[in-house]
Design a protein around this ligand. Structure first.
Ligand code: NAD
Length: 425
């Protein structure tokens, strides 16, 4: 297949697709994966590129570019978020779709991997323009999404309101309500209790398990979190509610640091008023670069890809890195962290809580029967802890790090499904 990886993007230290493919190759080598299956898994099953023309508020027409990539559907329908960001491109969306395949397989839910995005800067668009983008984008990718085909969800810069537009647009196009076409919906449209905080909550459960496994006393630990959006904020809030100490958080504008611990609800209301955490007192302003290099016990990148690289990895000082964001650590940085004895809990395990509760939402939507928040939390905890334990078993069996183990578990499950289904026609 002639699928080439494009030039490194200006805003990335590395190309995320190269990163995802390298991670796959590492796992494939260890389990002696059949070369044909490896080739199948290295590239997406289906890629749809669409133009999204909308009328702007000033009456002019502007055309945005949108993508939906389905990496692998052998274990079930595609699942993956929709991202609105100026840096979105095909390699990024393809890498994210591939990570979704592994993530669903690691936590053993019956989905394949997909991802979508529109190249746009939501900060510079009105709510009406964002609604028009969403509605046209969903109409364009409507060909390949649906409750049995591919089920989108929120990602960077999309939220329950966006998912309500997704559900409405798809439903209007087919002529009846289809709540199962999307997850992360508002509760009143068939959303699941606990979905908004699910990724952050899953990060907390996995951090607790990882600390137990690596003999780190979480009660006495200092936690640093990069990113204060859906994932970073919710993880910070739940850690705070459990009485753990978060010493630094950040957003795209910069970070804040207080070695005695931050009052997260106060930081949140400050950031809601000011549009950033920067300037919050009592804390010192720091840059994102400084934040990543702070001396701490637990570092949680929860913003975007490619944050821990071979440039800054030698200066990372935490005991463990829990990857709440997708792809925050480059393969080169992984090696440096391993040499320094810093343990990395990989994204496909650490941030899978969102897709697990998305799965619960899809099940509830299809059954039109809704669970209590307590049930959602308990079932999420069970799935996350089981996945962690299974990854640890693979680590011990193959004597590999946690990322490689999670990849081995995921790739083996997908490869098994592929082999059992056989090749069509
Ligand atoms: P979000 O848009 O709600 O928040 C992103 C946060 O990161 C914001 O605080 C933003 O200011 C900050 N940020 C953006 N660019 C940055 C930069 N260059 N440096 C520092 N901070 C920056 O997004 P989210 O939903 O919280 O997603 C965060 C990460 O988690 C992404 O990698 C996403 O793919 C991943 N993820 C999200 C979910 C989910 O359910 N939302 C699930 C799994 C993984």
């Amino acid at each position: 297949m002639n699928f080439t990886v494009s030039q490194k993007k200006k805003n990335y230290k590395v190309n995320p697709l190269e990163m995802a493919q390298q991670q796959l190759e590492t796992a494939a080598k260890i389990i002696h994966l059949d070369e044909g299956i490896l080739q199948k898994l290295k590239y997406p099953k289906r890629t749809l590129i669409v133009s999204v023309p909308i009328k702007m508020d000033n009456g002019k027409i502007r055309v945005f570019r949108g993508y939906r990539v389905q990496h692998n559907l052998d274990r079930g329908p595609g699942k993956g978020g929709i991202r609105y960001h100026p840096d979105v491109d095909l390699d990024e969306i393809t890498a994210l779709a591939m990570w979704m395949t592994w993530k669903c397989a690691v936590v053993n839910i019956p989905y394949g991997g997909a991802k979508g995005g529109v190249v746009c800067d939501p900060q510079k668009l009105s709510e009406q323009e964002l609604e028009r983008i969403t509605r046209r984008y969903i109409s364009e990718i409507g060909l390949i999404i649906g409750p049995e085909k591919d089920i989108p969800a929120p990602d960077i810069n999309t939220n329950p309101k966006t998912m309500a537009w997704v559900m409405d647009t798809f439903s209007m196009n087919v002529g009846y309500s289809v709540p199962g076409v999307v997850t992360g919906k508002p509760l009143s449209l068939g959303g699941s209790r606990g979905r908004t905080e699910a990724t952050g909550r899953g990060v907390v459960y996995i951090t607790q398990k990882a600390c137990e496994f690596y003999n780190i006393d979480i009660e006495k630990s200092s936690i640093v979190i990069q990113g204060f959006g859906n994932v970073g904020y919710n993880a910070a809030r739940i850690f705070y509610e459990l009485g753990y100490k978060i010493v630094a958080v950040s957003d795209v504008h910069g970070g804040i640091y207080n070695p005695d611990g931050l009052n997260i609800p106060e930081v949140y209301s400050y950031s809601q008023k000011k549009g950033t955490v920067v300037g919050y007192k009592p804390a010192k302003n720091i840059s994102n670069k400084e934040l990543l290099e702070l001396k701490c016990d637990i570092l949680i990148p929860a913003a975007i890809e490619g944050q821990i690289t071979q440039q800054n990895a030698p200066r990372i000082k935490s005991k463990i890195v829990v990857e709440a964001a997708n792809g925050p650590t480059t393969p080169q940085a992984d090696k440096i962290l391993a040499r320094k004895g810093i343990k990395v809990v990989p994204d496909i395990l650490a941030n899978a809580g969102g897709v697990v509760v998305s799965y619960f939402e899809w099940v509830q939507s299809l059954q039109a029967y809704f669970w209590k928040e307590k049930d959602v939390q308990e079932r999420l905890k069970e799935v996350m802890e089981n996945a962690f334990n299974e990854v640890v078993e693979v680590m011990k069996h193959y004597k590999v790090d946690m990322r490689t183990a999670a990849m081995i578990l995921a790739v083996s499950r997908v490869a098994e499904a592929t082999k059992l289904r056989g090749l069509y026609p």
